[in-house]
Design a protein around this ligand. Structure first.
Ligand code: PRP
Ligand code: URA
Length: 242
């Protein structure tokens, strides 16, 4: 299927089979200024195709997830403030550069969010990383908080909150509440995730209108067990176990 979505697919008149493919591979539009969906390039759709495929083995699932995570982290960093930082180049000219203002840290929602830590470390050398262990109850899908360990000065930092799956939004809401209870202002939190549901985004964005979300794709909805559709199944199981 990925081969049918070529670089110029927007200019082509789609055949009937392609219409289905294209509809199913277009992120649900979200109109909220703090929700940022990665550019829907053929490359990103091909990467998502790999991790969604139930026949993709664990090694490939990890490899292609990591590629998307890298794109998410790079985009997340674009949302941090910069200040002027002019430098002189070897030609003797001044380049009117910028540098990041302020300190950052990552916070992963365990277990699946830990899969995103390396992507953050690859971009931000020796970044501090806190952990929040939240698990969804398998019957009720309600989140339960077990543990957190966060940098002591987290209130002074921008926080990149990491969790690949954003289904009902319950786990992310609980994590945001923990961060805010430690003094992190809403507007200093960026939530990075691979796949979101429209329902999760709506309730979360209404609750935290200043918190920014960066996602690779907004899917079509949730099933009766609150799994994302079409989704990719259980991210944590596929990344760590299966
Ligand atoms: C998954 C996922 C999110 C949560 C999303 O974790 O990683 O944390 O579910 O669902 P929600 O938006 O409806 O809260 P899970 O609790 O299954 O644990 P895991 O990380 O160990 O897989
Ligand atoms: N957690 C996952 O791993 N996948 C989903 O679809 C929902 C929650």
């Amino acid at each position: 299927p990925a081969a049918e979505i070529g670089p110029n697919y927007k200019d082509q008149k789609p055949q009937a089979t392609q219409v289905f493919l294209l509809c199913n591979s277009i992120s649900t539009p979200i109109h909220h200024e703090n929700v940022h969906i990665l550019p829907q390039t053929p490359q990103l759709i091909a990467l998502l195709t790999m991790i969604r495929d139930k026949n993709t083995h664990r090694g490939d699932f990890i490899f292609y997830s990591n590629r998307i995570i890298r794109l998410l982290v790079e985009e997340g960093l674009n949302h941090l403030p910069v200040i002027p930082a002019p430098v002189t180049t070897p030609t003797g000219r001044v380049y009117s550069g910028v540098r990041f203002e302020g300190k950052i840290c990552g916070v992963s929602i365990m277990r699946a969010g830990e899969a995103m830590e390396q992507g953050l470390r690859d971009c931000c050398r020796s970044v501090r990383i806190g952990k929040i262990l939240i698990q969804r109850d398998e019957e009720t899908c309600m989140p339960k908080l077990f543990y957190d360990k966060l940098p002591e000065d987290i209130a002074d930092r921008f926080v990149l909150l990491l969790d690949p799956m954003f289904a009902t939004g319950g786990s992310a809401t609980m994590a945001a509440e923990v961060l805010m209870s430690r003094g992190v202002p809403e507007e200093r939190i960026l939530f990075l995730n691979l796949i979101a549901s429209p329902e999760g985004i709506k309730s979360f964005a209404e609750k935290f209108p200043k918190l920014r979300i960066v996602t690779a794709f907004v899917d079509q909805g949730l099933d009766d067990k609150n799994y994302i559709l079409p989704g990719l199944g259980d991210f944590g199981d596929r990344f760590y176990c299966i």
